[in-house]
Design a binder for this molecule. Structure first.
Ligand code: ZN
Length: 703
C-alpha cells in the first residue's frame, strides 16, 4: 500500500532520565599517551576513563551471541536458504465472475485445486473471506479507534458504509474425479464461517506430500465504496464517464499452511495485509459491453473485447518504447470505441505463478500502453487505465496535478530499472489503474489514486518484488513487504527517468528523522502490523526499515556486498515464504558479516543512537605530534563512526571506524596524525548515521 507521509512524524518524546550507571571506578592517573603501557607489555590494557560521562550503552547487550533463537534445519537452512526438505502448498484457481455495475454486486464461481505438499494429512482447510471485514460487526470494524472528536477514524475499514456487506457463500462442493474416470462427482462440503475466515471440513482429508483437493465455490458479494484503501468504487461524481471498479479480495482465498505455525488464520482486520499461496489463475470476467476490463495476467481473447482498430494499436504498442494510445480521451464517449452488438462481454485472462489476481472495470477508461524491455528479452507491456479526470491537464502542475498521461512511461521506467537491478519482472503485463485505492499492489496490476504520479506508481509496482515475487507473510511481517519495497524505491527513484523525481535528503532535516525513528512512543519494527498504533505504521513498516537497509548498504556493508546479499535473498526466496530469520541469515551469510548488533538495535529493539565528541588533546601538548580524540557512545545502539576533522589552515579529513569499536567500549579514544591544531571535529557530518541528538556532535577548539 501507499503510506501518506504527512502528519505522521509527531516528534513529542519523553525526557529520558539517564538511569544507566556512571562508571564508578576511582580516578587514576591518566597515562602519558605517548608511552602507553600496551607498548611495553604487548597486550592492550583497559584504562578506566575517569572523565567518561554517564552512558546507557551496554556493549554486552548489543554484541552478545544468540540473536537467533532457533538453529537452521532441513526446512529452513542455517545460512538462510530454503532447506533440502523445504515445502509449500499450492493453490490454482479457475475464477469466473460477473459484474453488475448498477448494484455493485459481483457474482462468482471458483474452482480451487489445492495441493498439499506438507508432510501432514489435512482434515480441513481454512480460507479467507476478506469481504466480511465490511460487515459492521466484524472484528476489524469493532476495533476502529475514535478520533479527538469521538468519531471512528481509520484508513483500514469500510468507513462505516451501511450495506449488505460480506461474502454470501451459496455452496461449496468437493469435486472428485476417480483415476481413469471421466465422471466427476460433486459433494456438498460442510463449512463454518467465523469473521473473515472459513473452515471447510474434508471427510476424506488431503493426503500429505502431493495430495490434492478440488473445490467448487459459488458466491457473491457487494463491493464497498471504500474497501480499506485496497479496492472500491469511484462513482460518477468523480468520473463523469462512468463508475470505476477496482476489484480485489474478491474470491475466497486459501490461507497459507506452513512449516512455521501451520494454518495462518489471523483475521483480516484491515490493517495488516496478506499471506497467500502461489498458483496459476484462469479468469473470466463478464461485464457490461461498454466497460473495459483490465486484470492481472494476459488477455487471451482481445478479438472479442477490443475493436479491430484497437487491436492494431495494441500490436503497435507491443513494439513501442513510446506510449501508444489504445483508447483516447476523445474516444471514451464514442460508442464506436467498443465492439458493437452485445450487451455483455466476457474477458479471459491468465496469470501463472502468482499469489493473487485482481481486476478493474470501467466505461470511463482511457487506455494506453508501451512495451517493457526485460533483460531476457521476454515480452511484456506497461499499460495504464484511467478516466479523463486523471489525464494530465494542460497547465496543471504540482504534486496534486493528475499525472496519468505519463503513467505508462513511469510504469515502464520503474519495472525496467528493478528488473535489471534485482530480478526480472515475471508477468506478461503491468497495468496501473486509477481509482479509489490510494495505492495498492497485486500481481501484474496495481490500483493507484486518480492523481497517480511517480511516487505511487513506482511504489506499487515495486511490490512486484515484495511480496509478489518474494512471498513473505505480510500479515505478520509488514516491514518485509513495505520496508523492503520502500528501500528499492529509493534506488529506482534516483536512477529512473534521469532522476526527475529524486530529491536528495537534506542533512539538516535528517536529525529530525532520526529522532522520529527512535522516539519512545514507537513499537519495535519486529511487531505484527496489527500490534502497532496506526499512526506508527508509516514509520515502522515503511520508512524505518527502509532507512535500515539504506544504512546497511551505505554505511555498514557497502553497495557491492549489500546488493549481492539482497539479490541472493530475492533469488533464494522467489515464489517462496521467507521469515525474518531467513532474511537476516541470508544477509549475514552472503555478505560474510555478523550483523546481529545491527538487527538488535534497529529491528528488534527501539534503541537510539547518540554519539558525542568529547574532547581533543595533543601528544605532549604539541599538535604537530598528533592528536588524541575521544568520543562517547551515550545511548543503547552501536553504529559505525564517521568523523570530519578540520584543522586551523582549513584542511578537512575524514576518519571512519566500523561499529566494532563499540564492541567492548562506551568511550573511544584514538590517535589522529595531526600536523597542526584542530579547529573542529564533527561526528556524523552528512547525518547518514541515525544519531538523534546533533547537539553534542561537534567539538570545536573554541569551546
Ligand atoms: Zn506498499
Amino acid at each position: 500500500m501507499k503510506f501518506n507521509v504527512t502528519a505522521r512524524l509527531a516528534l513529542a518524546f519523553l525526557a529520558i532520565i539517564a538511569t544507566a550507571k556512571a562508571q564508578t571506578t576511582p580516578a587514576q592517573t591518566t597515562p602519558n599517551p605517548n608511552t602507553p603501557p600496551a607498548a611495553r607489555t604487548g597486550r592492550a590494557v583497559d584504562v578506566p576513563d575517569p572523565n567518561a560521562p554517564a552512558s546507557k550503552y551496554d556493549y554486552h547487550d548489543v554484541w552478545k551471541p544468540f540473536f537467533f533463537t532457533k538453529n537452521g534445519n532441513e526446512y529452513r537452512a542455517s545460512d538462510g536458504s530454503p532447506g533440502p526438505k523445504y515445502w509449500q502448498n499450492r493453490a490454482d484457481y479457475q475464477l469466473a465472475a460477473k459484474l453488475n455495475d448498477e448494484t455493485n454486486e459481483i457474482t462468482g464461481t471458483e474452482v480451487l485445486t489445492y495441493t498439499n505438499n506438507s508432510p501432514e494429512k489435512l482434515s480441513f482447510i481454512w480460507m479467507q473471506l476478506d469481504q466480511n471485514l465490511f460487515q459492521l460487526d466484524s472484528r476489524g470494524n469493532k476495533q476502529v479507534p475514535l478520533n479527538a472528536a469521538g468519531i471512528p477514524q481509520s484508513r483500514n475499514w469500510g468507513r462505516g458504509q451501511i450495506f449488505d456487506a460480506g461474502f454470501k457463500i451459496k455452496s461449496i462442493k468437493i469435486l472428485v474425479t476417480p483415476k481413469g474416470s471421466k465422471t466427476t462427482t460433486a459433494t456438498d462440503a460442510k463449512f463454518l464461517v467465523n469473521d473473515t475466515r472459513m473452515q471447510v471440513f474434508l471427510p476424506k482429508g488431503i493426503d500429505p506430500t502431493g495430495g490434492q483437493l478440488k473445490l467448487k465455490i459459488e458466491y457473491s458479494f457487494i463491493s464497498p465504496d471504500y474497501g480499506s484503501d485496497r479496492m472500491g468504487i469511484i462513482n460518477t461524481d468523480q468520473s463523469k464517464n462512468g463508475k470505476i471498479f477496482q476489484v480485489a479480495q474478491w474470491y475466497p482465498r486459501m490461507c497459507v499452511y506452513d512449516d512455521i505455525i501451520g494454518w495462518n488464520t489471523l483475521p483480516y482486520t484491515g490493517e495488516s495485509e496478506f499471506y497467500l499461496e502461489y498458483g496459476d489463475f484462469d479468469i473470466n470476467i463478464t461485464a457490461p459491453a461498454k466497460d473495459i476490463v483490465v486484470c492481472s495476467g494476459e488477455l487471451l481473447n482481445p478479438k472479442d473485447v477490443y475493436t479491430p482498430e484497437q487491436q492494431k494499436r495494441w500490436a503497435q504498442a507491443a513494439q513501442s518504447d513510446k506510449t501508444v494510445m489504445i483508447r483516447t480521451a476523445a474516444e471514451v464517449t464514442d460508442p464506436a470505441s467498443r465492439p458493437a452488438g452485445k450487451k455483455e462481454l466476457t474477458w479471459h485472462f491468465q496469470i501463472h505463478n502468482a499469489r493473487d489476481a485482481s481486476w478493474g472495470a470501467s466505461a470511463a477508461f482511457i487506455i494506453d500502453a508501451a512495451k517493457l524491455n526485460l533483460p531476457s528479452g521476454r515480452k511484456s507491456m506497461a499499460i495504464s487505465a484511467y478516466p479523463v479526470e486523471s489525464a494530465s491537464q494542460p497547465g496543471a502542475t504540482g504534486f496534486r496535478a493528475p499525472q496519468w498521461s505519463r503513467g505508462t512511461e513511469m510504469i515502464k521506467a520503474s519495472l525496467e530499472y528493478n528488473s535489471n537491478k534485482w530480478f526480472e519482472y515475471p508477468y506478461p503485463n503491468a497495468t496501473g489503474v486509477a481509482g479509489k485505492a490510494g495505492g495498492m499492489e497485486y500481481p501484474g496490476i496495481v490500483f493507484c489514486s486518480l492523481g497517480g504520479g511517480w511516487g505511487v506508481i513506482d511504489h506499487e509496482f515495486g511490490h512486484t518484488w515484495f511480496p509478489m515475487i518474494v512471498g513473505s507473510n505480510e500479515r505478520l511481517y509488514g516491514w518485509m513487504d513495505e520496508g523492503f519495497n520502500t528501500f528499492i524505491n529509493t534506488l529506482s527513484t534516483k536512477n529512473s527517468l534521469k532522476g526527475e523525481f529524486y530529491r536528495a535528503p537534506n542533512p539538516a532535516q535528517l536529525s529530525f528523522t532520526w529522532n522520529a525513528f527512535t522516539r519512545s512512543t514507537l513499537e519495535p519494527i519486529l511487531s505484527n502490523p496489527d500490534n502497532l498504533k496506526e499512526t506508527n505504521n508509516g514509520t515502522l513498516l515503511y520508512s524505518k526499515p527502509s532507512a535500515g537497509l539504506v544504512m546497511l548498504r551505505e554505511q555498514i556493508l557497502g553497495p557491492e556486498r549489500f546488493d549481492f546479499a539482497f539479490k541472493t535473498y530475492i533469488q533464494r526466496w522467489a515464489y517462496k515464504h521467507p521469515t525474518p530469520d531467513d532474511f537476516f541469515r541470508t544477509i549475514e551469510n552472503a555478505s560474510g558479516e555478523s550483523l546481529q548488533w545491527f538487527w538488535r538495535g534497529w529491528f528488534e529493539n527501539t534503541w537510539r543512537l547518540d554519539v558525542a565528541v568529547r574532547d581533543v588533546k595533543y601528544v605532549d601538548n604539541d599538535p604537530a605530534k598528533g592528536a588524541i580524540i575521544t568520543i562517547d557512545n551515550l545511548e543503547k545502539m552501536a553504529m559505525p563512526v564517521v568523523l570530519e576533522i578540520k584543522t586551523v589552515s582549513g584542511k578537512t579529513d575524514r576518519v571512519n571506524f566500523t561499529a566494532e569499536i563499540w564492541e567492548r567500549n562506551a568511550s573511544w579514544s584514538f590517535r589522529y596524525p595531526s600536523t597542526e591544531a584542530i579547529e573542529s571535529v564533527t561526528y556524523n557530518p552528512d547525518s547518514t548515521l541515525p544519531d538523534y541528538n546533533p547537539a553534542n556532535n561537534v567539538w570545536t577548539s573554541k569551546k
